[in-house]
Design a protein around this ligand. Structure first.
Ligand SMILES: Nc1ncnc2c1ncn2[C@@H]1O[C@H](COP(=O)(O)OP(=O)(O)O)[C@@H](O)[C@H]1O
Ligand SMILES: [Mg+2]
Length: 375
């Protein structure tokens, strides 16, 4: 799969941009704060309907302008050219057209343009909190499974409503006794909980399936990267049972606690991904180097797995990661780069990049992109 062209208008620091990409390796070089990540973000936006950096679409619109546009033309290996067009408006509205036809929901985007984005933050995925690892899992599944996206959104919708009810009830002073309050809350939550449990179990099962599938890749890839010195294992960590009745029972048991805190204590909103190296939790006991290598293995596994699931190589977006890796890890990564259309950003074109079979090299400066020829 490859991106042929991108057009931006009023996107981040880009006033107007039209750029054609090479099918192989594309380098975007330039000083800091010139617009390299902005360009990758726009490509990513077309694959997932959101930015990887912000949940506020407004931030993506050129300051002071009314509307931003991203238009991307891409092609699957055995297919026709396809087009995605996204308009982001100051009012918060966003509209979407796929191959020239307006699409109603942003979710219609999923499963069209497949990308894997790798940024320096991913290298600290292991050090960071569980929310980051859940996001990693969720974003991956969503790209290949629209049903999961729906279940996940429904789960969080019901969870928000349940939490709101709990919060309101915790402040409500109109009940004569505490026991009556609990009883009333129980009755109200009954209907919500049936839904919460139903979507929650679906979400957990899919996450577990994803992690165990990913593990097959990780184990092999990490063997290679660590020169057979380390065994890496992924464990999906859920804190409530993946079974409706048992999950429901926990909710019922914790109702007083939930009421006290004004929020739901247990459920897949607390899930985590545990990474073991030679049997120990690398997050707690691993060295910085081990954690980064594990993160690289995880990212490369994601890439291989997506390639297999969609039946072709996704587009690889590498944001400033080369300079973050040592020579050995750079080499491992570049092995993968060769099989994908890659868009790689860097401040300086170092040896590790110069040695790659580069298809096109662009220089990014203050929201303007120019092709660098004849180096
Ligand atoms: N909404 C916006 N309007 C105008 N400029 C923006 C907007 N968002 C970000 N920028 C500009 O984009 C630049 C950062 O671009 P970025 O792609 O992150 O840099 P880098 O080249 O280091 O990856 C900053 O100079 C910032 O001022
Ligand atoms: Mg950047």
């Amino acid at each position: 799969m490859f991106v042929k062209k991108i057009r931006l208008k009023n996107y981040r620091g880009y006033d107007e941009l039209e750029l054609s990409f090479d099918q192989g390796i594309n380098i975007l070089s330039g000083d800091n704060a010139q617009g390299k990540t902005n360009l990758l973000e726009a490509v990513y936006y077309c694959s997932s309907g959101r930015s990887h950096r912000t949940t506020k679409d407004k931030e993506c619109i050129y300051l002071g302008r009314e509307e931003a546009l991203i238009k991307i033309t891409f092609q699957k290996s055995a297919g026709r050219e396809e087009q995605i067009e996204i308009h982001l408006k100051q009012s918060g509205k966003k509209s979407l057209a796929i191959n020239g036809y307006p699409a109603r929901r942003i979710n219609d985007l999923f499963g069209r343009l497949h990308v894997v984005l790798f940024s320096p933050e991913d290298l600290s995925l292991i050090k960071r909190g569980p929310a980051e690892r859940r996001k990693f899992i969720d974003m991956e599944i969503c790209q290949v499974d629209p049903v999961y996206l729906y279940d996940l959104q429904q789960y969080y919708k019901v969870l928000r409503q349940r939490n709101q009810l709990l919060k309101d009830a915790s402040k409500d002073r109109n009940y004569p006794t505490y026991a009556e309050k609990i009883q009333a809350v129980k009755e109200t939550l009954f209907a919500w909980d049936a839904q919460l449990v139903s979507y929650g179990v679906k979400v957990m099962k899919r996450r577990e399936e994803f992690v165990s599938h990913l593990q097959e890749y990780t184990s092999k890839i990490h063997q290679t990267i660590s020169h057979k010195t380390e065994e890496m294992k992924l464990i999906y960590q859920n804190f409530v049972p993946m079974e409706k009745a048992a999950f429901q029972e926990i909710l019922e048991k914790e109702i007083e606690q939930d009421l006290r805190y004004g929020m739901t204590s247990s459920g897949p909103q607390h899930d985590d991904l545990v990474i073991l190296i030679n049997g120990t939790d690398v997050r707690k006991y691993g060295s910085q180097g081990q954690q980064r290598t594990a993160a690289l293995s995880l990212k490369l596994s994601e890439l291989s797995m997506m390639k297999e699931e969609i039946g072709e190589a996704p587009v690889l977006l590498l944001d400033d990661v080369m300079s973050e890796l040592d020579e050995n890890r750079q080499k491992q990564l570049t092995e993968y780069v060769k099989d994908h259309q890659t868009i790689l950003t860097c401040t300086g074109v170092e040896d590790s990049i110069r040695l790659l079979p580069v298809g096109a090299h662009f220089h990014v400066k203050a929201g303007k992109v120019t092709e660098v020829k004849d180096e």
